[in-house]
Design a protein around this ligand. Structure first.
Ligand code: ZN
Length: 264
């Protein structure tokens, strides 16, 4: 494993540790070489920072969504604590004002926040406080999302890169900063070494509209449908083999390998 994720606030599913003594026990037991990733919202960020201060374990704060949390983490970084910060495209591009239009498709944990929170996330991206732009991978089907108790979460795997290409095009970040946020920083934080010959080729001049008809996710929808974005993936290479040509997957199931198998 590349790390441990601890769910410290409620989300979909039963994984939840709300007791600070239990969290402390996990921090005490976890080996120092690998990071802890945390789902922590609001005051819980401060609770986790107390453990980071006590144990000096490298900790990645997943999907940070508010100005308040950014302020806590900015101060923690300035104070030398070994923390890294991720934000999601849905918190960067959507706010609570999108909820009436999105309905259950806009329900995720952490929830959509205010425009002021969104602006604080963009500022933290610009000034280098945020380390990673990470998607949610919660491909709940439309049937599940239209049930009386819809599950939290959105799909984001296919839309993260074009949405960050949009940020480059809009002049919010440089292309080098985008590559850090979506590739090299996550590799560094989680110790993921891509095997030689593994990369993605993107046509940053190609534009298209995010449309459920062209999504590959089995859930068949996106909270970003209708947005016009640049950044078309035209090829993916894994271990020197072209596995995707922009339209079709070119290898059979089973081609994938665990990093340990490749690098052993
Ligand atoms: Zn989470």
């Amino acid at each position: 494993v590349c790390g441990l994720k601890i769910y410290n606030n409620a989300t979909t599913g039963t994984l939840l540790i709300e007791d600070q003594a239990q969290r402390d026990a996990h921090y005490a037991a976890w080996p120092p070489g690998k990071p802890v990733a945390v789902h922590a919202e609001g005051e819980t960020v401060a609770d986790i920072l107390a453990l980071v201060r006590k144990y000096r374990r490298r900790t990645h704060f997943c999907h940070i969504s508010t100005a308040y949390e950014i302020d806590l983490l900015r101060a923690a970084k300035a104070g030398g604590l070994p923390v890294s910060i991720g934000v999601t495209p849905h918190h960067l591009y959507l706010t609570e004002t999108d909820l009436p239009a999105l309905g259950a498709l806009g329900l995720m944990k952490p929830t959509l926040k205010t425009a002021a929170d969104r602006d604080a996330l963009w500022r933290a991206i610009s000034d280098g406080v945020v380390d990673v732009v990470e998607s949610d991978h919660a491909p709940h089907t439309l049937a599940e999302k239209s049930s009386p108790m819809p599950p939290y979460g959105v799909p984001g795997l296919e839309t993260t890169l074009p949405l960050m290409c949009l940020a480059v095009e809009a002049g919010r970040i440089t292309q080098d900063r985008m590559i850090e946020l979506v590739a090299t920083n996550p590799q560094r934080i989680f110790g993921l070494r891509p095997p030689p010959g593994t990369y993605t080729e993107v046509d940053t001049n190609a534009h298209y509209t995010i449309d459920r008809a062209r999504l590959r996710s089995a859930c068949g929808w996106s909270p970003f449908e209708g947005m016009r974005v640049p950044g078309l993936v035209t090829g993916v290479w894994i271990r020197g083999v072209r596995v995707y040509d922009g339209e079709n997957v070119l290898v059979q199931p089973g081609f994938g390998k665990r990093a340990a198998q490749v690098l052993a």
